[in-house]
Design a protein around this ligand. Structure first.
Ligand code: OAD
Length: 235
């Protein structure tokens, strides 16, 4: 199970790190809620397009690749991620459950019709200041197209949550990598494992609310930790 810290070494900002986290620079209630999109669709849409463009310029790191290679060693390895950057799939992981949607998928805010990002306006610019607001295109039904991510106050995609719960409940071991463990229901998943006696290993340079309950805590960055774990498993 992974969170934003998993992608930090690829250059994707986390949310809650004090200096570089997105929520240190932007207000989630202005950008990551259905109300914010209704109030100011251009600002919200532009911000997500900017994030998608930036993420598209990043590459998976050794930790993403190590997790993908671990599929060769286990009958079934699922990656349950809160990340919306698509880096696990790009690294080659084949069973990726995206709990919070994806920056690269857009859909009609009324009827859910899916849109390819090729159909979307792509202005240039390296920073939010250069990008600015972008009017969302309209679906054939007239409603604005919205980012395919889960916002605060929204329910998770039902299929993804059920699949994640099943993967955790059937696991032999659960690795929790790079998440602060404060956003529910994702944060509940390690506790589902613990309640069933399934060992939970946390990889995170900083302590989290899970740290005291996890069976083992490895205070390291995701890249070197997962690469080393793969090396150990292959020996
Ligand atoms: P956070 O930003 O809350 O937490 C990132 C975690 O990664 C922290 O615990 C860091 O210590 C850790 N970390 C930082 N660098 C790391 C590295 N190189 N290797 C390993 N760990 C590292 O991100 P999430 O827990 O993913 O939701 O946040 C959960 C949700 O809150 C996100 O999915 C997003 C956000 O609001 C939505 O957008 C719906």
């Amino acid at each position: 199970m992974t969170g934003a810290g998993m992608s930090q070494e690829s250059g994707v900002p986390t949310f809650r790190d004090a200096q570089s986290g997105l929520w240190a620079r932007y207000r989630p209630e202005e950008l990551a809620t259905p109300e914010a999109f209704r109030r100011n669709p251009d600002r919200v849409f532009g911000w997500y397009l900017m994030r998608w463009a930036m993420v598209s310029q990043t590459e998976p790191h050794a930790g993403h690749r190590a997790l993908a290679k671990m599929e060769r060693l286990f009958d079934s390895l699922s990656v349950v991620t809160q990340n919306v950057d698509g880096l696990h799939r790009r690294a080659g992981s084949s069973r990726v459950i995206e709990l919070h949607g994806s920056l690269g998928s857009f859909r009609c805010s009324s009827d859910g019709h899916l849109f390819d990002d090729a159909d979307l306006p792509v202005p240039g610019g390296e920073s939010w200041e250069e990008w600015g607001p972008v009017a969302p295109p309209s679906c054939w039904c007239g409603s604005p197209v919205r980012p395919g991510v889960v916002w605060f106050g929204e329910v998770l995609p039902v299929g993804a949550l059920t699949e994640a719960q099943r993967a955790v409940a059937e696991a032999e071991v659960v690795l929790v990598v790079g998440t602060s463990g404060v956003v529910y229901p994702a944060a509940q998943l390690p506790y589902l494992a613990l309640s069933r006696g399934i060992p939970v290993i946390e990889i995170n340079p900083e302590p989290t609310p899970l740290s005291e309950d996890a069976n083992w805590r490895w205070p390291r960055a995701a890249g070197p930790a997962l690469a080393e774990l793969l090396e150990y498993l292959e020996d």
